[in-house]
Design a protein around this ligand. Structure first.
Ligand SMILES: [Zn+2]
Length: 325
C-alpha cells in the first residue's frame, strides 16, 4: 500500500480539475470532483484523465497505432455495455476480452477496442452462452482476428448462440485455437498470468457453468466470475482453488443468488465491480448483495452508476478511472 504526500495529492486533484474542463469524460457525473476521494490509507487512487485514453478520448482513430507496449502497467476495463458483462484486459500488446455484452452493444465494444489501437485479440473468453455475454462478441468476432477462444463448451438453443458459433468456426478455420476450460494458466507480458479456474462442467445451469478466471499481476489480482451462482461458488470453495483478489467482478450482475458470504469471505476483495444496466428489469444489483458487500467493507463500483470503470495496476497499487457518457 502506497501513500502520497499532500503536495502530490494536490497535484493530482488540480490535474483532475483541469482535465475535467477539457475532456468529455468525467470521473463521476456528480459531484464534479474525484470520487471516491483518495485517502492516505486508500490503495486505490485516481489517475489523471490524460494519462490513459478513455472511450471519450478520440485520440486513437480506427487506423491509429496501438500505444507502445508497456510491460509495467496492466489495464482492466469494465466496459459499460448496459445489462451485460464486457471486460478488456491489456498487458502490453497482449489483449484478453472476457464477454462482449448484449448484441446491441457489439459496435460499442468494437469501437472501444479500435480506440485502444487493438487490431487482434489474443484470448477471447465467452463465460457462458447467454445473450448478455456473447451477443456483443458477434460484432467483435466479425471485426478482429482472434488467436484463442475459450468458452464453457456448452451449447444453447438461441439464434445468438448459433451466430456466435458460426463465427467461432470461421475463426478456427483461420487458425484460431478453440478450447473449453481446463485448469490452465495463460501467461501475459510483465509476468502477469490468468488462471482459468473452471467450471467443472457439471453444475446444471448455464450460469453456474460460467468460465471463472483469476488475473494476477505482481501484488494485485482480479477475479472474474461470469454469472456463477451459489452452486458454482460452493464448487470453487470445495476445490480449494486460489480465489483471493483485490477486485471481484461480482457474479450475475449482483443477483442475490450469487456472492454468498462464504465466497466473499474467501475472495476477500477490497473492491467490487457490478456490471448492470441502468433501471434494469431484474432489479440488479439486489439489496442483499449490496448489504453483504458493505458488511465485508468492500468498495463498490457499478456500470449503471459509474459508466465504464478502468483499473490500472503497476503491480503494487491499483488506480481507478470511471467514465460516464
Ligand atoms: Zn449475465
Amino acid at each position: 500500500m502506497l501513500s502520497r504526500s499532500k503536495s502530490t495529492l494536490w497535484t493530482v486533484i488540480i490535474t483532475w480539475l483541469l482535465a475535467l474542463c477539457f475532456a468529455g469524460c468525467s470521473l463521476l457525473a456528480e459531484p464534479p470532483v474525484p470520487t471516491p476521494a483518495p485517502t492516505q490509507e486508500s490503495q486505490i487512487e485516481e489517475e489523471p484523465v490524460e494519462a490513459h485514453p478513455t472511450p471519450s478520448d478520440a485520440t486513437l482513430e480506427p487506423e491509429g497505432e496501438r500505444p507502445a507496449p508497456d510491460r509495467e502497467t496492466l489495464y482492466v476495463h469494465f466496459i459499460d455495455v448496459g445489462q451485460g458483462d464486457c471486460i478488456l484486459i491489456e498487458a502490453g500488446c497482449f489483449t484478453v476480452l472476457i464477454d462482449g455484452g448484449p448484441r446491441n452493444s457489439g459496435q460499442l465494444v468494437v469501437d472501444y477496442l479500435v480506440k485502444r489501437g487493438i487490431r487482434e485479440i489474443d484470448v477471447l473468453i465467452a463465460t457462458h452462452p447467454h445473450a448478455d455475454h456473447i451477443g456483443g462478441l458477434i460484432a467483435v468476432l466479425e471485426s478482429f482476428p482472434v488467436k484463442r477462444i475459450i468458452d464453457a463448451g456448452i451449447p444453447h438453443t438461441t439464434v445468438t448462440f448459433d451466430d456466435y458459433l458460426t463465427l467461432v468456426e470461421t475463426q478456427v478455420k483461420a487458425g484460431c485455437r478453440y478450447e473449453t476450460p481446463e485448469d490452465q494458466t495463460i501467461e501475459l507480458p510483465g509476468a502477469a498470468f490468468l488462471d482459468i479456474l473452471g467450471p467443472p462442467g457439471d453444475l446444471g445451469s448455464l450460469n453456474d457453468n460460467s468460465v471463472v478466471c483469476r488475473l494476477v499481476f505482481a501484488n494485485t489480482s482480479f477475479l472474474f466470475t461470469g454469472d456463477v451462482q451459489q452452486a458454482a461458488e460452493e464448487s470453487l470453495l470445495e476445490r480449494e482453488v486460489p480465489l483471493t483478489a483485490d477486485v471481484l467482478k461480482v457474479g450475475h450482475h449482483g443477483s442475490r443468488t450469487s456472492t454468498t458470504p462464504p465466497f466473499l469471505d474467501a475472495v476477500s476483495p477490497t473492491y467490487a465491480v457490478i456490471p448492470c444496466g441502468r433501471d434494469n428489469r431484474y432489479g440488479h444489483p439486489h439489496d442483499e448483495v449490496l448489504e453483504r458487500l458493505e458488511r465485508f467493507g468492500v468498495t463498490v463500483y457499478r456500470n449503471d452508476q459509474h459508466g465504464t470503470i478502468i483499473f490500472t495496476s503497476d503491480g503494487d497499487t491499483l488506480y481507478v478511472q470511471t467514465c460516464t457518457e
